[in-house]
Design a protein around this ligand. Structure first.
Ligand SMILES: Nc1ncnc2c1ncn2[C@@H]1O[C@H](COP(=O)(O)OP(=O)(O)O)[C@@H](O)[C@H]1O
Ligand SMILES: [Mg+2]
Length: 249
């Protein structure tokens, strides 16, 4: 299990837009961290540096001893990212071939790929849909497929970018269940969301970004009363004095 260390990380986009500025953050193995912040606060930009999709303008991200920008392909094996837009992650003609895409690129043997795909389809609950076209799946099923594609690479660290976006209540609960199940398999989980009430009771830490900077971080129950000054809604249960609840409680 590997620690993530983000040191003095800044990213300027080519058009001069500042994505993030001087972020310092450590994430311990096995944590479930929620990263929250208003639209445009830098959440996605930050996380794309953890799996090497963006290169720092200054500063570094380390996963254990690995400096991510020196070996982004290795970083992508350690860190899987489930993107906000599930459609953008679809690469296969069928559910099975979509999930097999990553392991095929790793050069695994056909028998092993098939076994992996079969197991993962069960885990995410897409059984019976193996031969369907991904484009015919519902929003929730597409997100499950995106999770399956990430799981097929067996990463130690999984980032979910707005995992509840556009999902109805049952869809959100199913994704929550997946996240909990993955966390129980000793993985480090990072969740980007501004919908704190769905997940915050499960988190070990809350990190708040504002205008590209790390505005606040800490144990959720300790800092939850401060979130609204950063444009994030305080969960109703907390407002009413019932502490932190998740949608699974
Ligand atoms: N490809 C891009 N080119 C230029 N600016 C960008 C790009 N992507 C994001 N930004 C800018 O970087 C800032 C942070 O964006 P982002 O990380 O997407 O925020 P969040 O995920 O919190 O909504 C915003 O000001 C946004 O406009
Ligand atoms: Mg984003």
């Amino acid at each position: 299990m590997t620690k993530i260390a983000i040191k003095g990380l800044s990213h300027l986009y080519p058009d001069g837009h500042c994505g993030i500025r001087n972020i310092n953050l450590q994430i311990q193995p096995g944590e479930l961290v929620v990263i929250a912040g208003q639209n445009g606060s830098g959440k996605t930009t930050l996380c794309k540096h953890i799996n090497g999709l963006l290169k720092p303008t200054s500063g570094n991200v380390f996963i254990g001893d690995l400096q991510v920008d020196r070996n982004p392909s290795k970083a992508r094996q350690l860190v899987g990212m489930v993107f906000q837009n599930a459609d953008s992650q679809i690469v296969g003609e069928t559910v099975s071939s979509d999930i097999a895409f990553g392991p095929e690129n790793l050069g695994l043997k056909r028998a092993e790929i098939n076994a992996r795909v079969k197991k993962i389809i069960q885990i995410v609950g897409l059984d019976g849909k193996e031969d369907n076209s991904p484009h015919t799946l519902s929003g929730g099923e597409k997100r499950k497929l995106a999770i399956a594609g990430v799981l097929a690479m067996n990463p130690e660290i999984i980032i979910f970018d707005e995992p509840f976006a556009n999902l109805d209540y049952p869809g959100s609960v199913q994704i929550l269940d997946q996240i909990v199940m993955l966390h129980q398999t000793q993985r480090t989980i990072i969740i980007i969301t501004h919908e704190l009430e769905k997940i915050i009771s499960l988190a070990s830490r809350l990190v708040i970004l504002k205008d590209g900077e790390l505005a606040k971080e800490g144990i959720p129950s300790t800092i939850i009363k401060d979130v609204e000054q950063f444009g994030i809604r305080e969960p109703c249960s907390s407002k009413l004095g019932y502490g932190l609840q998740s949608w699974r409680n």
